[in-house]
Design a binder for this molecule. Sequence first.
Ligand code: GUN
Length: 283
Amino acid sequence: MTATLIDGNALSKTLRAAVAVRAAKLTAAGHQPGLAVVLVGANPASEVYVRNKVKACNDHGIHSSFDRYPADLAETALLARIDELNRDPRIDGILVQLPLPPHIDSHKVIEAIAPGKDVDGFHVANAGALMTGMPLFQPCTPYGVMKMLDAYEIPLAGAEAVVIGRSNIVGKPMALMLLEAGATVTICHSKTRDLAAHTRRADIVVAATGRRNVLTADMVKPGATVIDVGMNRDDAGKLCGDVDFAGVSTVAGHVTPVPGGVGPMTITMLLVNTVEAAERGHG
Ligand code: GUN
């Protein structure tokens, strides 16, 4: 291994300590920040993510409510609950864990969340604000990646960046954030003809596909920064990312591990967004 490890746990610790101070200040002034987490169904990965989000809130002075609904919850019932949370003055942020069961229109649900409480940054108003360079809430995973690149002083202006994946949660907002920072950005995806031709030119590669070994050592320019957003299981059931970590870390200049890379940063930025929502207030 020659690459420098980008330590998401260590950076999270620093950022979370600052969040806890801001939360305590708000609480002392009479309003403890609050996050409402909503989970529909029993997707095992979602259960773990949601449990970690609620625990992180509780550990840093943010109160949380947790609504768990069965997979057959009616869409109208979910929309009614969101309406309640929108009007609840104790709640500053609302997070509906995705994916939702297929009978529920996730676009409709996201658009029902008040943009000022949309700490995921998924509402069209927040997506539009990001696109036009006036971000309010930025999606937590790409926002966390930007913090990592900043902390490790990875130059972005003029850099060639390749994002693999085009989801609304990671790929698209990641590309916009890198673009805003002055990178020349290419978005690759499952229909891309020659992925390696793109990644071999890149100074920064962000892999966010949900598929193992999407990026191998032969696809990476020596010294490049490789960010692994993937959360997969290998054949032995062990947590792994989208990147062949063992191989890539012999070529890259910087690389994020899985676990201990982007994962903790996603939760950290959720805490940041929630405290920011509380500081802004919502009338
Ligand atoms: N599912 C996977 N990632 C996320 C996320 O960041 N927020 C929500 N709400 N659901 C997700």
